[in-house]
Design a protein around this ligand. Structure first.
Ligand code: APR
Length: 236
């Protein structure tokens, strides 16, 4: 097989076996929290304390988890594949980078960063965030928000993602329910070009499973390392 460039879309399912909850499974985050209250600009305007508490708890949770074999396998693929391997993640956790992935775009933002609504600066933030905190760039107070894309907001890095999708020879979708756009539409964009291989790796068939040419179902920590092994073996 010729080593063409690869784009890998990941979602909450890849971090599930590290101990982070998904959103839409029966035990998922949206079963316990109102999406409108904690993941919309309107919810933040209504009750910023509630929103900060939600993301503070999740930021704390990061220190209790580590990358699993699926994250590690993708980092190995980036290292050993002779062409570009870009991970586009919907996840706001930092498990891909902690596993060693470097070519990585967080399209829904990052839990470990905050953004100032006054000066626009994005800065690293590992502790609790509250309405009385000051921006470390412009010193304004009460202007910081989680650097997270909420419902109704535009995902980040879309131009670079679109260009990578336009040129890839293999598109993988791992651990995502295929319900949130624009990510859910990536597979159709890739298939419309008619050339690239498309594979879904998910615990069960996602809502968009029928859009993929190939599907592999099982827990990410076993199906992803096995798939990466097969890809790398195809180089020899
Ligand atoms: N291995 C692989 N897949 C898994 C595993 C696992 N161990 N456990 C669960 N999954 C699958 C589920 O079957 C489901 O299809 O992961 C998927 C998770 O789907 P969602 O909870 O909808 O998460 P995601 O697709 O990442 O959500 C997209 O929605 O709320 C927003 O902004 C949030 O980025 C998020 C976006």
């Amino acid at each position: 097989m010729r080593a063409e460039s690869i784009v890998i879309l990941t979602g909450a399912g890849i971090s599930k076996e590290s101990g982070l909850d998904t959103f839409r499974d029966a035990d998922g985050i949206w079963a316990r929290h109102s999406l409108e209250d904690v993941a919309t600009p309107q919810g933040f305007a209504r009750d910023p304390d509630l929103v900060h508490a939600f993301y503070n708890a999740r930021r704390h949770g990061l220190s209790e988890v580590v990358p699993n074999p699926a994250h590690a396998a993708l980092a190995r693929l980036e290292r050993d594949w002779p062409n570009r391997v870009l991970i586009v993640t919907q996840n706001i956790d930092d498990l891909h980078e902690r596993a060693g992935s470097r070519d990585l775009l967080h399209m829904h933002g990052e839990l470990t960063k905050v953004r100032c609504r006054a000066c626009g600066a994005v800065t690293r933030w590992l502790g609790d965030l509250g309405i009385g905190d000051a921006c470390t760039a412009c010193a304004a107070v009460g202007t910081l928000r989680p650097h997270v894309v909420w419902f109704g907001e535009i995902p980040l890095h879309m131009e670079e993602i679109q260009s990578a999708l336009d040129h890839c020879g293999l598109f993988l979708s791992i651990g995502t329910s295929g319900t949130v756009y624009p990510a859910a539409g990536f597979v159709s964009a890739v298939r419309a070009r008619g050339r690239a291989r498309t594979v879904e790796l998910n615990l069960e068939p996602s809502d968009g499973a029928s859009l993929f040419a190939e599907t592999i179902h099982g827990p990410a920590s076993s199906v992803v390392p096995a798939f990466v092994e097969t890809l790398l073996a195809s180089l020899e």
